[in-house]
Design a protein around this ligand. Structure first.
Ligand SMILES: NC(=O)c1ccc[n+]([C@@H]2O[C@H](COP(=O)([O-])OP(=O)(O)OC[C@H]3O[C@@H](n4cnc5c(N)ncnc54)[C@H](OP(=O)(O)O)[C@@H]3O)[C@@H](O)[C@H]2O)c1
Length: 290
C-alpha cells in the first residue's frame, strides 16, 4: 500500500503538514514520524519512532512509505547535516520514491545565521543526489514568533531589532503546510526548489499590524547587528541567540525581500498580512470572556 509520511510531527510545522495531507482528496494513508511519538498522539494518525539520530529505527519506520516530507531538524549545522543524511539514507534503503524537504531562505554567507542556511543547502544537495524524486521548499521567516512575543513588545513599547529598513517575506506555518501538501501531491513540481513566503514587509508595517490587532502603540527601534545579537545571546544563549541575530542581519541586507514562488506551487497567492492579522483579531474578539 502507498503511504505518505511526515517527520517531526510532534512539532508545529510537521503537525500542520500532516493535517493538510490527511485533508487531501483521494489521498493515501498518512503516517507521522516523531522523536517523541507520545507528543503527537492527538493527531489521530499512526505515529512511528523517528529520531534523526537513529538510522536503523528510521528505516524500520519508513517501511511501505512512498513519499516523505523531511522537516528540517534543530541541531547545530554539522550535526543537522548528519541527521538529515540519516533520514535520506533510511528513505533510500526503505524504498521511498519521493522526498520533499523543508529548507530555509537566507544568505549562505555574511550573517550569523548563514551556517544554518549553509547546512540546509548541504541537505538540499544531498537530496538532489539521492537518486529519488524530490521537491524542495525554502521557508520564509515564520511570522508567529512576533505574534507570540506581543506581551514582551507591549512591555517595551517597541519592536527593537537590527532589521533596519529591510523588508522580510514572512510566512505562516499554516500557509507552508498548504504548500508542502502541493509539493507532495504534484509530481510536475519534482526537481524544483521553491521560495515559500508572503509579501515582504518592513518592521514599521509589522508594528502597525500588531498595533491594529492587539491595541498596542508599538514603534520600531533600529539596533545595530552587534547590539541585537548580543541582546539575543544574553537572553537565549550562544546557539539560538546568534541565529536570531543573524536572521535580522539577513533582513537588513535585503536577503528576504523577494517575491517567492508560493503561487506557482499552490495555485493561489499566499495569505495577505491584512487577512492574517484580521483573522487573529477575529479570534481575539470571539474568545469567550471569563
Ligand atoms: N522559518 C523559520 O522562521 C524557522 C524558525 C524556527 C525553526 N525553523 C525550522 O523549521 C523546523 C520546523 O519548525 P517547527 O515550527 O515545527 O519547530 P518546533 O515546533 O520547535 O518542532 C521541532 C521539531 O523537530 C523535532 N526534532 C528535534 N530533534 C529531532 C531529532 N533528533 N529527531 C527527530 N525530530 C527531532 C522535534 O521533536 P521533539 O518533539 O521530540 O522535540 C519537533 O518535532 C525547525 O526544526 C527548524 O529547522 C524555521
Amino acid at each position: 500500500m502507498t503511504i505518505l509520511a511526515v517527520t517531526g510531527v510532534s512539532g508545529q510545522l510537521g503537525r500542520e503538514i500532516a493535517r493538510r495531507l490527511v485533508a487531501l482528496p483521494d489521498r493515501a494513508p498518512v503516517i507521522g514520524l516523531a522523536r517523541t511519538p507520545g507528543k503527537a498522539g492527538h493527531l489521530g494518525i499512526e505515529v512511528r519512532p523517528g529520531d534523526y539520530d537513529q538510522p536503523e529505527l528510521l528505516q524500520t519506520s519508513l517501511a511501505g512509505v512512498d513519499a516523505l516530507v523531511i522537516v528540517s531538524g534543530m541541531a547545530p549545522p554539522d550535526h543537522r547535516i548528519r541527521q538529515h543524511r540519516n533520514v535520506i539514507g533510511a528513505a533510500r534503503a526503505a524504498g521511498v520514491r519521493k522526498l520533499v524537504y523543508t529548507s530555509i531562505e537566507g544568505p549562505e554567507d555574511g550573517t550569523r545565521f548563514s551556517p544554518v542556511v549553509k547546512s540546509n543547502r548541504q541537505t538540499e544537495a544531498d537530496i538532489r543526489a539521492s537518486g529519488l524524486d524530490w521537491a524542495i521548499g525554502r521557508n520564509g521567516i515564520y511570522i508567529e514568533p512576533d505574534v507570540e512575543f506581543i506581551d514582551s513588545y507591549r512591555a517595551r513599547g517597541e519592536i527593537a531589532n537590527s532589521a533596519g529598513s529591510g523588508k522580510c517575506g514572512y510566512t505562516a506555518r499554516s500557509e507552508l503546510a498548504h504548500a508542502y501538501a502541493a509539493l507532495f501531491a504534484r509530481d510536475d513540481l519534482n526537481g524544483g526548489t521553491f521560495d515559500l513566503n508572503g509579501t515582504p514587509i518592513a518592521q514599521e508595517e509589522l508594528a502597525e499590524y500588531l498595533n491594529r490587532t492587539f491595541g498596542t502603540s508599538l514603534s520600531y527601534h533600529e539596533m545595530t547587528p552587534e547590539d541585537f545579537a548580543a541582546d539575543r545571546s544574553a537572553e537565549l544563549g550562544d546557539h539560538i541567540g546568534p541565529i536570531i541575530g543573524g536572521i535580522y542581519e539577513g533582513i537588513r541586507q535585503g536577503a528576504y525581500d523577494r517575491p517567492g514562488n508560493y503561487a506557482e506551487v499552490t495555485g493561489r497567492q499566499h495569505q495577505s498580512w491584512k487577512d492574517y492579522f484580521s483573522s487573529l483579531a477575529f479570534r481575539q474578539k470571539t474568545r469567550p470572556v471569563a
